[in-house]
Design a protein around this ligand. Structure first.
Ligand SMILES: Cc1cc2nc3c(=O)[nH]c(=O)nc-3n(C[C@H](O)[C@H](O)[C@H](O)COP(=O)(O)OP(=O)(O)OC[C@H]3O[C@@H](n4cnc5c(N)ncnc54)[C@H](O)[C@@H]3O)c2cc1C
Length: 318
């Protein structure tokens, strides 16, 4: 594999809702566009069963189906979705027009005038046996996405940061009871979030507690909790388990190229004309990999649309 001589207008890294929406908009604007799929073609929604909050589906839709349809829509517009993982993005030596050089893991090299980063973020799981098998069957990484499936039920949230506290508060409005399980004896969350859960009668906090085991065959039934101070073990029967210990943006390959936050999120928003532009002119970013608060598919798609429109007007103006 070597240099691919075609020069693209926009190269989109990532095939989740952000990347595919960006592709739809750039293709319809007649820009030469290509998507690099990455290790998870279709993105995070492909590991969930039912997506209940994507508008237009009165009874929800399957995560895999939604993303397969989105990929087909992109292909129907003539866009190639290329298998592969981007290893490196650099400035190409080509002159006089500045181009970005994109290197894939198989050695293939592409050149593009603009780049949209839409590489998402991976939920940090507990990495316990049965956890992955029970995603969509009681185990979740997102209360906003799946909370409604647990109306009137008993759930636990794992974590001690802002997200865990927010998720516990959100679930307390829907569920009968929420356990907030944290491995330390104090939260990392902001004082405001801490106060909210500490004063919430529906949230019971278990300090110094870790999940030692997940129980259930077809669906989640219970978890075993270990108190890391006393060594005591308890079985907690549950309908839902929400893992809220953070997420990791897939941005390692961008270190040294674009400005990233301490936690690896791509920083955008400084250029008021092109709100999705990074600190590098011509590199845009959208979706869960970016420093936006709400990690939702519809938000990622909306930001992907915005990045495509920004890229289109930036290309037009240069
Ligand atoms: C289990 C689960 C259930 C969820 N349920 C819902 C729900 O019901 N409703 C909802 O709104 N949201 C839900 N979410 C959140 C939603 O999935 C995300 O907010 C959304 O997918 C983010 O879209 P994205 O395009 O930014 O990134 P992602 O969907 O994460 O896609 C990232 C893409 O980038 C690619 N990639 C990564 N690194 C590279 C690289 N180096 N080179 C090339 N490609 C790369 C990946 O292969 C992937 O295709 C859920 C999340 C999870 C984990």
């Amino acid at each position: 594999m070597g240099e691919n001589k075609q020069i693209l207008d926009t190269l989109i890294i990532g095939s989740g809702p952000a990347g595919l929406t960006a592709a739809i908009y750039n293709a319809r604007a007649e820009l030469k566009t290509m998507v690099i799929a990455g290790n998870q073609p279709g993105g995070q929604l492909t590991i969930t069963t039912l997506v209940d909050n994507w508008p237009g589906f009165p009874t929800g839709t399957g995560g895999v189906k939604l993303m397969m349809d989105m990929q087909q829509q992109v292909r129907n517009l003539g866009v190639t979705i290329l298998s592969g993982v981007v290893k490196l993005v650099s400035l190409s030596a080509s002159q006089p027009v500045r181009l970005f050089k994109i290197e894939l893991d198989n050695g293939e090299i592409l050149e593009s005038k603009a780049v949209i980063i839409a590489t998402g973020a991976a939920v940090r799981w507990l990495n316990l046996p049965k956890e992955k098998e029970l995603i969509g069957h009681g185990v979740s990484g997102c209360a906003t996405c799946d909370g409604m499936f647990f109306r009137g039920k008993i759930v636990a949230v794992i974590g001690g940061g802002d997200t865990a506290c927010e998720e516990a508060g959100f679930l307390s409005k829907i569920c009968e009871k929420v356990y907030l399980i944290h491995r330390r004896d104090g939260f990392r969350a902001s004082m405001t979030e801490q106060k909210k859960v500490l004063n919430n009668p529906k949230v019971e906090i278990w300090w110094n507690s870790e999940v030692a085991e997940i129980k259930g065959e077809e669906k989640l039934e219970a978890i075993k909790i270990l108190n890391n101070k006393t060594g005591e073990e308890k079985i907690l029967p549950l309908d839902g388990l929400f893992v809220a210990i953070g997420s990791s943006p897939a941005t390692k390959f961008l270190e040294g190229l674009v400005e990233l936050s301490e936690t690896g999120q791509v920083l955008v928003g400084k250029n008021k004309d092109f709100i999705t532009m990074t600190n590098i002119e011509g590199i845009f970013a959208a979706g869960d990999c970016v420093n936006i608060k709400h990690k939702q598919a519809i938000v990622a798609a909306g930001e992907g649309c915005r990045a495509a429109l920004d890229a289109e007007s930036w290309l037009g103006a240069r």
